[in-house]
Design a protein around this ligand. Sequence first.
Ligand code: NAD
Length: 313
Amino acid sequence: MARIAFIGLGNMGGGMAANLVKAGHEVVAFDLVAEALARAEGRGAKRAASAEAAVEDAEAVITMLPAGSHVRDVYETSVIGKAPKAAILIDCSTIDVATAREEIGKAQAAGYAMVDAPVSGGIAAAEAGSLTFMAGGTDKAFARAAPLLETMGKAVIHAGGPGAGQAAKICNNMLLGASMVATCEAFVMAGKLGLDLQTFFDISSKASGQCWSMTSYCPVPGIGPETPADRDYEGGFAAALMLKDLRLAMEAAQSVDAYTPMGSAAEELYTRFSDLGGAGKDFSAIIQMIDDSWRAPEGAGSPPLPPGVKIGG
Ligand code: NAD
C-alpha cells in the first residue's frame, strides 16, 4: 500500500480520495477550502497543513484541480522539487494540452515521472470508483500510475505521450457537445414535423443517426433510459463543465490549425445557454433553448430570447 498525497478534494477529488483510502492506501490530503479538507478527513484521509506538507514522503501525488492555472501553481510551487524524486505524479484535472505538456516536461527535467490522466464520468462515478481514465505519458510512467488509477476507475487507457490524455478528453467532449446539440435539434424538428418523439427515438436509435447522446443520454424527458432530462435536468454533467471543455477544445484546435466548425458552433451555443442562466443545468437541457421553452432562473444571465428569434442569428 502506498502513501499518497491528494491535492484538490472537491466534487470529484473527494470521492476519488475516499476510494484510495478504502483500498488501504494512506492518503494525505490538502485543499485550500477547509470544508473539503474536513470532509476528506471524515472519510479516512490524513489532513496536511499545506500542499508541501502533503507531498513530503509521498510515493505518489494525485491532483484534481479546477484548471490549468491551478495545476501550474500547485506543481511549480509545491510539488516539483518538494516531493521525493521517486514519487509518481498524476494530474487528473481537465486542463489545456499545452499546460499539461509543459508541467510534465518540467517534472521530467527535475527527475520525476508524471502523467496527465483526466477522467470521463462525473461525481457519481468518482464516488463509485467507476471513472474512465485516459492517460498521457511515457510507458514507464503509465505503468506506475495505472494500478492507482484502477483503484478509482473501471477503465484506464494509455492514450499516448505527455498531454495525450488531455487531447483525447477534449476531442471526445467536443464530439459529445456537438452530438448533443445535433440530437436536440433532431428531436425538436421531429416534433415540429408532427412526428411522435417516442416513435422518432425508436427509429433513429436503430438507424444511422444513432449516437450516445440519443440512446444513453436522451435529452427528452420520458424517452430512453432514465437521464437528467427526467429530473428537470438536475445532476449529470453541468453545461458549465461542457463549456469549459469546449473552450479547451477550441484553444487546442487553434494551436494546431484544425478546422472544427461543429465544435465551434457547439461552443457558441453553450456560451449562449450559460449566459441565459443554464450553466448549472445538465448539458442536455440545451434542448430547451433550441425549442424556445427555456426560461432563465430568477436573476440569472440575460433574459431568454424572444420567441421566433433564431439562436446564433
Ligand atoms: P471542484 O471545484 O469541486 O474541486 C476542485 C478543488 O480544488 C476545490 O476543492 C478547490 O478548493 C481545490 N483547489 C483549487 N486550487 C487549489 C490549490 N492551489 N491547492 C489546493 N486545492 C486547490 O471541481 P471538480 O468538479 O472536483 O473538478 C475537478 C476537475 O475535474 C476539473 O478539472 C473538472 O473539469 C474535472 N472534471 C469534473 C467532472 C465533474 O462532473 N465535476 C467530470 C469530469 C472531469
